[in-house]
Every structure is written in structure tokens, then in C-alpha cells.
Design a protein around this ligand. Structure first.
Ligand code: COA
Length: 198
């Protein structure tokens, strides 16, 4: 049986696992990233500590197999991430300055450097990450999770949401467009997309 529900405390290990299995444009990072928890330490776990009300899971027979995590307050989140979360993650790893694997380099840079707030996104104060295991994709669950996230942001008075998506993930770009999101800006490898909620 498939259900969607708010994040609960015991869901955390599954979030790390789902993140590990989907982080590379929907594909597993096994063999790409040197540590099982590194990607989840940046892209999944911190959100459930900072803004649990914005985090939801999809369960299959009661076991989480997909999630949406994020925050209604990116500025506050980033301050907390830089002062409270990242210093502890850095203690877990001896991070090399260079890696020949681009995604490994990207994750190492995310952990090593403080996250910056992009002031051009001030109209879109929330941001999110969504990942479903392959067997749960294409069933309308992503849409439901996005609607639940948007509603949480609305309840908190957040008038807009943004996210980054790789140009190498055209399926996700198409999905976000279906959710009403549009491209705000782009870099060589990624789009910044957004939606106004009010
Ligand atoms: C991207 C993702 C969250 C979408 O969730 P989903 O449950 O598969 O999507 P839904 O079934 O709710 O689809 C909603 C709409 O988006 C469209 N859509 C979803 N995935 C699509 C794809 N790959 N290509 C084109 N359209 C797509 C659907 O056709 C549907 O349109 P409709 O409402 O007109 O029928 C999910 O597939 C996923 O987790 N993928 C792997 C991880 C990933 O890439 N995450 C995003 C990282 S930025």
C-alpha cells in the first residue's frame, strides 16, 4: 500500500538511502561518491531538523520510498546550515581539494564551503528537493508531494519557492514545468526554477 504522510523521526535512515539511490539526476551515486551518507548530509537530512513541517514522505508498505524536503525560509536555513550543520559534517570527512569525478567534486565543495544565499531569489524564499525511488515514479505522487510542500509554505506565509535542477535531468525539468514552475535563470549546467504561491 502506498501512502503520503508528514516526515516522522524514524524516517531519517530511509531518507539517506533514497538520496543515495537517486541523487545523480535520478540515478544512484554508488561508485561515484565515496561515502554512503555524504549526499544525504547535504541534500536531505538537514531539512528535517530545520523545517520538519515542510518535509513529507511516500511510504510503500509503511517503509519510506520517496520524499520531499525543503524549507519555507532559505535565508534562515542557510544561516543555520552554515553555523550549526556543516561544521559538524566537515568533522566527519577529510575532504580533498580536487576530485577527478565531477559529482564528487560538487558534493565536496557543498560541504567544504559555506552555502551562499542568492539575493536574486528573494521573491522565492522557499526551496526544496524531491526524490522518489524508480518504482514509485510516474504515479502522480510527485505532484501530490509538491502540492503538500507548497501548502506548507503558504501556511508559513512564504510567497514563492525556488529550486535548482540539472540540465542533464530533462524529465525533472518537464515535471517542474507541469507543477507551474518556470525558469528564473540558468547557468551552464543547471536551471534555477521558481513559482509564486500567493
Ligand atoms: C521527478 C519526480 C520527482 C517526478 O515525480 P513523479 O511522481 O514521477 O511525477 P508525477 O507522476 O507526479 O507527474 C506529474 C506530471 O509531471 C509529468 N512528468 C513527470 N515526470 C516526467 C518526465 N520524466 N518527463 C516528462 N514529464 C514528466 C507527468 O507526465 C505528469 O504530467 P500530467 O499531470 O500532465 O499527467 C520523480 O520522477 C523522481 O523522483 N525522479 C528521480 C529523482 C529526481 O530526478 N528528482 C529531481 C531532482 S532535481
Amino acid at each position: 500500500m502506498i501512502e503520503i504522510r508528514p516526515y516522522e523521526l524514524t524516517d531519517l535512515p530511509y531518507l539517506y538511502e533514497i538520496c543515495w539511490k537517486t541523487a545523480l539526476n535520478g540515478n544512484s551515486v554508488e561508485g561515484v561518491i565515496d561515502d554512503k551518507y555524504k549526499v544525504g548530509h547535504y541534500f536531505a537530512a538537514p531539512y528535517v531538523y530545520f523545517d520538519r513541517d515542510c518535509c513529507f514522505v511516500v511510504t510503500r508498505d509503511n517503509i519510506p520510498a520517496g520524499y520531499i524536503v525543503g524549507t519555507a525560509d532559505t535565508v534562515g536555513y542557510t544561516k543555520w546550515l552554515n553555523s550549526e550543520w556543516l561544521p559538524k559534517v566537515r568533522r566527519l570527512y577529510d575532504i580533498p581539494s580536487e576530485s577527478s569525478e565531477p559529482f564528487q567534486q560538487f558534493i565536496n565543495d557543498c560541504i567544504k564551503n559555506d552555502t551562499l544565499v542568492d539575493k536574486s531569489l528573494s521573491e522565492y524564499p522557499g526551496h526544496l528537493h524531491i526524490d522518489l525511488l524508480p518504482e514509485l515514479q510516474g504515479k502522480g505522487l510527485g505532484r501530490k508531494l509538491m502540492e503538500m510542500f507548497f501548502n506548507s509554505c503558504r501556511r508559513k506565509g512564504t510567497e514563492g519557492v525556488h529550486l535548482g535542477v540539472s540540465k542533464q535531468n530533462p524529465g525533472a525539468v518537464a515535471f517542474y514545468r507541469k507543477m507551474g514552475m518556470f525558469v528564473i535563470s540558468e547557468s551552464e549546467g543547471a536551471y534555477m526554477m521558481g513559482i509564486l504561491l500567493l
